[in-house]
Design a protein around this ligand. Structure first.
Ligand SMILES: Cc1cc2nc3c(=O)[nH]c(=O)nc-3n(C[C@H](O)[C@H](O)[C@H](O)COP(=O)(O)OP(=O)(O)OC[C@H]3O[C@@H](n4cnc5c(N)ncnc54)[C@H](O)[C@@H]3O)c2cc1C
Length: 398
C-alpha cells in the first residue's frame, strides 16, 4: 500500500508517522518551501498526548513543551472568576497536558516522520484533484505542472483552502465565526513568566489568553468580535490590539508590548460545519480539512493527532478496498469531531458575547462554578475511546 498525503501540518505529519510505523509507504506534498511555523502555539491536551505516547513521541514532546498546571479565569476588570486544575483532567485521562509552540510541534513531528523513513516534498502546492476519465482513481495536479496518480490520497491541507475537500464535497467553504484573533509569541531574557498558569481574561466581546511555554516564553491570543473580514496590516496590529486591551489587568499589557510585530499575526477565525461525507473514491479527509473546530474548542490540533492514529489503524488492518477503511475511520471520528466543533461554537457565543448584561451574569456564574467538576466534565468529553491499557487512576501522569 502506498499513501500520498497532501499538507505537512499537524494532521499530515502525524498521519505520516503513524502510517510509517505500520510499515506503509508514505510521501507528503507540502506547498510551503520548509516546515510551516505559522501560528503561535497550542495546548496538547491529554487525549492528544496519549496518542503521542502510543507513537513513542511523548518524551520528545515533553522536552520541548511547557506543562501548565492551572488555568485562571479573570475578568477584564481584574475580578477572580475561578481556577481550573489541569491536573484533574490529566489524571482522569492518564496523560499530561503540554503547551508547545507551533514551531516546536511541527519540528518534532517533521523529524519523527523523516526518521521513520518518510519524505516531505516541499514547494508542492496542490491545485486540483480530478477523477481519471479512462480508468478508476484520481490524479493530482500541482502548481509546478507535476501530475501524480496516487493509490491512496489523504487530504490534510487545513481549513481554508483544501483541494481534497473540494474533491470530496464539491466545495470548501469555511464559516467566518465573527471574531478575530491576534496571536503573538513573547520571548524574554529573564525568567519571570509564571510557567504553571494559563491566564484566560474575559471581557465584553473580547478575550485575552496567555499560555506559558517556559519561564521565558509564552504565546497569547487577543480575541474580539468582528462583523466582517477586514484588512491585515501588520504595522497596525499593535495599535489594533491596544485599542481594546490597553487597560486590561497585567500581564496583558506587558505581553502585547513585549512582543515584536513580526511575532504577531492576525486571524479572521473560521471553522467548518460538521459534514457527513469525509471520502470519495481514493481520497479521505483528515484534520482541519475534515472537521476544523474553533480555537475556543482547544482541540483542533489534538483532533488532528487523534485522526492520525485512527486512519493508520484502519488502513493497516484493511484487507480489501481502502474505501472500507475510510468508512470505518469516518464512523469512528464523525460524531466525536462534530461534537467538539459544536461545543467550540457554543463556548465562543459565551466568551465573545458583546452584551454587557449577559457578560455580567456569565462572570457571576463563573465565580460560583465548581471548577473541579468542570475539569472532570472536560476530561469525560475528551477521553480517548481507543485507550486500551488503562493506567492506575491514582498514578501521577506527569
Ligand atoms: C489562534 C488559534 C489557537 C489554536 N489553539 C489550539 C490549541 O490550543 N489546541 C489545539 O489542539 N488546537 C488549536 N488550534 C487549532 C490547530 O492549530 C489546528 O486545528 C491544526 O493546526 C490543524 O492541523 P491540520 O494539519 O489539519 O492543518 P494545518 O496545521 O493548517 O496544516 C495544513 C498544511 O497544509 C498545507 N497546505 C495547504 N494548502 C495546500 C495545498 N494546496 N497544497 C499543499 N499543501 C497545502 C499548509 O501549508 C499546511 O502546512 C488553534 C488554532 C488557532 C487559529
Amino acid at each position: 500500500m502506498k499513501v500520498t498525503i497532501l499538507g505537512a501540518g499537524v494532521a499530515g505529519l502525524s498521519c505520516g508517522i503513524a502510517l510509517r510505523q505500520r510499515g506503509i509507504e508514505v510521501d507528503i506534498f507540502e506547498r510551503a518551501t520548509s516546515p510551516t511555523t505559522i501560528g503561535a502555539g497550542v495546548v496538547l491536551w491529554p487525549n492528544a498526548t496519549l496518542v503521542l505516547e502510543q507513537l513513542g513521541l511523548l518524551q520528545r514532546f515533553k522536552a520541548r513543551s511547557g506543562a501548565p498546571t492551572h488555568m485562571r479565569r479573570i475578568s477584564s476588570s481584574g475580578a477572580n472568576l475561578g481556577c481550573l486544575d489541569i491536573g484533574i483532567i490529566d489524571k482522569q485521562i492518564g496523560s499530561p497536558s503540554l503547551s508547545i509552540s507551533r514551531m516546536s510541534l511541527i519540528d518534532v513531528l517533521f523529524h519523527a516522520f523523516t526518521q521513520a523513513g518518510g519524505h516531505v516534498h516541499f514547494a508542492h502546492q496542490v491545485v486540483e484533484i480530478q477523477p481519471m476519465t479512462d480508468t478508476a482513481g484520481t490524479r493530482i495536479r500541482f502548481h509546478s505542472g507535476l501530475v501524480l496518480v496516487p493509490e491512496i490520497i489523504i487530504g490534510a491541507e487545513g481549513r481554508m483552502n483544501s483541494p481534497s475537500r473540494r474533491y470530496v464535497l464539491g466545495e470548501n467553504k469555511p464559516v467566518f465565526q465573527k471574531f478575530i484573533n491576534w496571536v503573538g509569541m513573547l520571548e524574554r531574557d529573564q525568567c519571570d513568566i509564571d510557567d504553571k498558569v494559563i491566564f484566560d481574561f474575559w471581557g465584553v466581546g473580547a478575550r485575552f489568553g496567555i499560555v506559558p511555554l517556559s519561564s521565558q516564553s509564552a504565546y497569547w491570543a487577543a480575541g474580539i468580535t468582528a462583523e466582517a473580514i477586514g484588512a491585515n496590516k501588520p504595522e497596525q496590529y499593535r495599535d489594533e490590539i491596544l485599542a481594546t486591551f490597553k487597560h486590561w489587568p497585567e500581564p496583558v499589557l506587558s505581553m502585547i508590548q513585549g512582543t515584536p510585530s513580526h511575532k504577531t499575526n492576525k486571524i479572521y477565525v473560521h471553522d467548518h460545519d460538521p459534514i457527513q461525507t469525509w471520502h470519495k473514491d481514493n481520497v479521505i479527509l483528515v484534520g482541519d480539512a475534515a472537521h476544523a473546530p474553533l480555537p475556543t474548542s482547544g482541540q483542533g490540533a489534538c483532533q488532528a493527532i487523534e485522526d492520525a492514529w485512527h486512519i493508520a489503524e484502519q488502513l493497516s488492518q484493511s484487507t480489501g478496498r481502502p474505501q472500507e477503511a475510510f468508512e470505518s475511520f469516518t464512523d469512528i471520528r464523525r460524531t466525536r469531531t462534530a461534537n467538539i466543533t459544536l461545543a467550540g461554537r457554543q463556548f465562543a457565543k459565551t466568551v465573545f458575547n458583546d452584551d454587557p448584561e449577559f457578560c455580567h451574569t456569565r462572570d457571576e456564574a463563573s465565580k460560583s462554578s465548581d471548577f473541579d467538576n468542570l475539569a472532570k466534565t472536560m476530561a469525560n468529553g475528551w477521553r480517548n475511546p481507543f485507550r486500551r491499557h488503562a493506567r492506575d487512576e491514582d498514578s501521577d501522569p506527569r
